[in-house]
Design a protein around this ligand. Structure first.
Ligand code: PLP
Length: 440
């Protein structure tokens, strides 16, 4: 099934008007979306396993978000919090401070995108510690701005050709159990965190490091779930050296892993947390939430932005946050969905030689596609075929990983088991198709 006529026309216009650097996971041109479905311009319906890159955890256009947004549109759209502040921003700051782990006093900064939140977290950490260096991880993804691409540990497509990078950023390896020769060692997670000591000895002394930034599950890097002792050991070492720990929960937050935030699985309490994506159900909004004394370090006027904390986006976010608080069953359902998806993914791994590994934390699940289990060589070819077959049969999928060879699930966590099973059926057909097609 090729592109429909309307999609063909749009694709030609898109190619003339928009730079090729802006990519899309599928050629499905959206005309509307509702709940767990997207319809294209030809009227075809798709199950959405991408959620606009993990933004629609509560589904497309939930009623409570539409009502909150409409009510705010009727009041005012924008005054800029830097000019005429408003209560909504304060209310969201208070609520996020209550929800983010940590029994200490917290404050919240609102900005627009994930990358902007990460940039601000780094500014705040440097301002508080008066230290320049930041440690990040290979396989990490933190955004596309100069500083956040420098933090990112994936050269293609995010860094190549865009240098020079920002100074004082150091990387150590993210624990990748499937690919690391030490992956089966029961102390693998702790050993990975202890790479910090080596970095302090060889590249940058600990007393020059302001913060370590880490994704609790590496998203864009391939949905890599670190061993359970990794984050706790990282927390211990950072505390030992008065280094701030920044958890990037932009992709893992708001139920993606079956808990509100992924750090809850390991009970690690970061000093700062960055949030975006499903925070505001599709409106551009992000947040830095953290220790009050750290958040207060930058001078007056050092933080903010024209649109930062836009009232319409904040109204949407408040309705999202309230929904999670008032409906704890949403997270229970997310965990159940995670069980269904992971069980099926493990069956795929047992059944198909092109599935090197199935892994996941709650409904944040992945299939790492390889040429064969024996070779473990990443297979972009199989991933291309799976993704294409899937959208041609009504399922929108996203990929991740260094070779774009990992199939990842970012479906709304409100998806019923029935719809999830329908999607998983399409995915299994896609795996079989990819295996047979690649064999020739
Ligand atoms: C973990 C993580 N950090 C940061 C970002 C950057 O967010 P944005 O694209 O909103 O700038 C992303 C986006 O995918 C992400 O997954």
């Amino acid at each position: 099934m090729g592109l429909g006529e309307e999609a063909q026309r749009l694709m030609e216009r898109r190619n003339r008007a928009i730079p090729r650097g802006v990519s899309h996971a599928t050629p499905v041109f959206a005309s509307r979306a509702e709940g767990v479905y997207i319809w294209d311009v030809e009227g075809r319906r798709y199950i959405d396993f991408a959620g606009g890159i993990g933004v629609q955890n509560l589904g497309h256009r939930p009623r409570f978000v539409l009502e909150a947004v409409q009510a705010q549109l009727d009041r005012f759209i924008h005054t800029s919090f830097n000019v005429a502040p408003y209560e909504l921003y304060i209310e969201l700051a208070e609520k996020l401070a209550r929800l983010v782990p940590g029994s200490f006093a917290k404050k919240t900064l609102l900005v627009n995108s994930g990358a902007e939140a990460v940039e601000n977290a780094i500014k705040i950490a440097r301002s508080y510690t008066k230290r320049p260096a930041i440690v990040a991880f290979t396989y990490g993804f933190h955004g596309r701005t100069l500083l956040t691409m420098t933090l990112t540990g994936k050269t293609r497509p995010y860094r190549a050709g865009f240098g020079p990078m920002a100074p004082e950023i150091y990387h150590i390896p993210y624990p990748y159990p499937y690919r690391d020769p030490l992956g089966a060692d029961p102390r693998f997670g702790a050993l990975a965190a202890e790479r910090l000591y080596e970095l302090f000895d060889t590249e940058v002394p600990a007393d020059q490091v302001a913060a370590v930034i880490v994704e609790p599950v590496a998203g864009e890097g391939g949905f890599i779930v670190p061993p359970p002792d990794f984050l706790p050991r990282l927390r211990e070492i950072t505390q030992e050296h008065n280094i701030l720990l920044i958890a990037d929960e932009i992709q893992t937050g708001f139920g993606r892993t079956g808990t509100l935030f992924a750090v809850e699985h390991s009970r690690v309490v970061p000093d700062l947390m960055v949030l975006a994506k499903s925070l505001a159900a599709g409106f551009p909004l992000s947040a830095v939430v953290g220790r009050a004394e750290v958040m207060d370090a930058p001078q007056v006027g050092g933080l903010g932005g024209t649109y930062a904390g836009n009232p319409v986006a904040v109204a949407a976010a408040l309705s999202v946050v309230d929904h999670f608080v008032e409906h704890p069953e949403v997270l229970e359902r997310a965990r159940r969905l995670g069980e269904v998806v992971n069980a099926r993914f493990h069956e795929f791994a047992a059944r198909y030689d092109i599935v090197g590994e199935a892994r996941g934390l709650g409904p944040m699940a992945a299939l790492e596609l390889v040429e064969s289990k024996a070779s473990k060589r990443p297979s972009t070819v199989h991933a291309d075929l799976v993704a294409q077959y899937a959208y041609e049969h009504g399922l929108i999928l996203m990929r991740a990983g260094m070779a774009n060879h990992v199939i990842r699930t970012l479906m709304p966590i409100i998806m019923t088991e029935e719809v999830a099973n329908e999607a998983l059926g399409i995915l299994e057909d896609a795996l079989r198709y990819a295996r047979d097609e690649a064999r020739g």
